[in-house]
Design a protein around this ligand. Structure first.
Ligand SMILES: NC(=O)c1ccc[n+]([C@@H]2O[C@H](COP(=O)([O-])OP(=O)(O)OC[C@H]3O[C@@H](n4cnc5c(N)ncnc54)[C@H](OP(=O)(O)O)[C@@H]3O)[C@@H](O)[C@H]2O)c1
Length: 252
């Protein structure tokens, strides 16, 4: 068990990559604090993890609310007495036909959820890791780092911002053994990618962007989050780690 005795916060845990990571971290022995807005899904996941012998608590809320990061951190301390790992993974994608049609509301919602929300969480997690070290992971994307796609400017800006943020935090807190990394998934079969994976033509087009000619399953991304969270990545910090099936290097 690679995470035995550790406590982890996972945001965006109600579905997709976050839920898959919660199941995997629980199997690896971590006690979990799971955050998202959809309470029923979170409660079901807590029940599932409890039934398999794991330990988890749900905190329902919105990462755009600056108090939510505090609530997640307080729950980790109140229930489990420590915080070792944070997977700041909550995110949204609002597709627009082109970038000039992105409204101020969509721009702000995207940046606030994907970038500011992750920072609000991290600023409450770091103080809890100062004494014993820890691992913070931000879910970025292949979009915005090596790949640009039409209509995804706000999303790309938010995801590129996470990489810069990870690098600065890694430099600032490395001496306290807090490792901070960005994880860059390729196209992954989750609710977010539903429009692409449900339509066979779109699914084929997205698959073709990857050298492996398919999208990822959320569990494949979860396994990389586990690597970054675990001591196996003890010398990995400040990195932007592609887990993208060769998307970034595929031009045809
Ligand atoms: N799927 C892909 O192809 C892909 C590729 C690269 C990167 N990513 C990134 O991977 C991460 C996870 O996405 P996914 O693919 O697993 O999609 P997903 O199934 O739609 O998961 C998104 C998660 O974020 C949560 N979330 C969204 N807005 C939130 C908010 N304001 N406050 C709290 N939680 C919020 C959602 O929960 P609630 O709705 O319950 O709040 C959900 O649990 C995202 O950051 C996404 O950008 C995905």
């Amino acid at each position: 068990m690679r995470l035995k005795g550790k406590t982890a916060i996972i945001t965006g845990a109600s579905s997709g990559i976050g839920a898959a990571t919660a199941r995997l971290f629980a199997r690896e022995g971590a006690a979990l604090v799971l955050g998202a807005r959809r309470k029923l899904l979170l409660d079901d996941l807590v029940d599932e993890i409890t039934a398999m012998g794991g330990t988890a608590a749900a905190v329902c809320g919105d990462v755009c609310d600056s108090g939510f990061g505090e609530e997640l951190a307080e729950t980790a301390i109140r229930y489990f007495g420590r915080l070792d790992i944070a997977f700041n993974n909550a995110g949204i994608l609002r597709m627009e036909p082109n970038s000039t049609s992105i409204t101020p509301e969509v721009w702000r919602e995207t940046i606030e959820t994907n970038l500011t929300g992750a920072f609000f969480c991290a600023r409450r997690q770091i103080p809890l890791m100062l004494s014993q070290g820890g691992s913070i992971i931000f879910t970025s994307s292949f979009v915005g780092h090596g790949v640009g796609l039409p209509g995804m400017t706000a999303y790309a800006a938010s995801k590129a911002g996470l990489i810069g943020m990870a690098q600065c935090l890694a430099a600032e807190y490395g001496a306290q053994n807090i490792r901070v990394n960005a994880l860059l998934p390729g196209g992954t079969r989750t609710d977010m990618a539903g429009d692409f994976s449900d339509d066979p033509d779109a699914a084929e087009m997205i698959a073709s962007l990857h050298a492996l000619k398919r999208m990822a399953e959320p569990e494949e991304i979860a396994r990389s989050a586990l690597f970054l969270a675990s001591d196996e990545a003890s010398f990995v910090t400040g990195s932007a780690m592609f887990v993208d099936g060769g998307n970034a290097i595929t031009k045809l």
